[in-house]
Design a protein around this ligand. Sequence first.
Ligand SMILES: NC(=O)c1ccc[n+]([C@@H]2O[C@H](COP(=O)([O-])OP(=O)(O)OC[C@H]3O[C@@H](n4cnc5c(N)ncnc54)[C@H](OP(=O)(O)O)[C@@H]3O)[C@@H](O)[C@H]2O)c1
Length: 255
Amino acid sequence: MDIAIVTGASSGLGEKYAKLLDGEGLDELWLIARRRPQLEALAEKLQTPCRILPLDLTANASFTALQDTLTKQGKGLTVRYLLHAAGFGKMGPVTSIPPGILENMVDLNDRSAITLTQLLLPYCVPGSHFAFIASCAAFLPIPELAVYAASKAFLLRYCRALAAELAPQGILVSAVCPYWVRDTEFIKTASTTDQKHQFRHYLLAGTKESIARRSFKGIKKGRTVITPDAASTLLRFVSAWIPQDILLYCSRIFR
Ligand SMILES: NC(=O)c1ccc[n+]([C@@H]2O[C@H](COP(=O)([O-])OP(=O)(O)OC[C@H]3O[C@@H](n4cnc5c(N)ncnc54)[C@H](OP(=O)(O)O)[C@@H]3O)[C@@H](O)[C@H]2O)c1
């Protein structure tokens, strides 16, 4: 049985990736997020049979449950795609964010990516794709998004190294690094701690439709780092050439 696993499928980019995977001729789509009703509503819209897995990817018990589900399928199971879109950010100075939230962010944005890789690799074959949704925040330090940007920098470095490790096995690894995406729940969730509204505008923000569609093309081609919009592509190259102190100074303009 050929499957794709989509995390963060209850909204935003994850939901869009599930819709794109619907056309890939897979036997099942496994949809992961915490909110079951949203996953069920999505499954009803898709042609491919779906398995609903309402899991909190910051809880160890969720990975045990996923491992049990994988084991029950046995050796006939092939993971063709992992689209790991679950993630969140919080705006504001580190000291202003209530205890536990930043640790939880690192657990979701980073730790879950490692655990999923180790759980799913035994079910992968040459041509399987792992895609981790990072962010162009990975390219530079960002005050008042400090932990989020650092967590995405970790994810980007991890993806690059993993891509090199798995290349001999023909397993393709991508880090998707978009700029702001205006029409997902991300900005609303991230703003709840931004008491002074430091990030006031989202100039050049993309839409989930275009970001998912463009990045999915790159994922299928096996590109390691994907910047699916003009702003993230510019930031990628600028951050490679301009010293970080200067970038930090300029970044104030974009708040
Ligand atoms: N939107 C942007 O501006 C932007 C820009 C660059 C990168 N990104 C990245 O893109 C990815 C997708 O974000 P999005 O924009 O689509 O935001 P979103 O609409 O808020 O989607 C986030 C998804 O993550 C899931 N999730 C959150 N906490 C979870 C947990 N503990 N366990 C399992 N699932 C969890 C949410 O579902 P439940 O609440 O149902 O669990 C939701 O489906 C994230 O990694 C984000 O960092 C977003």
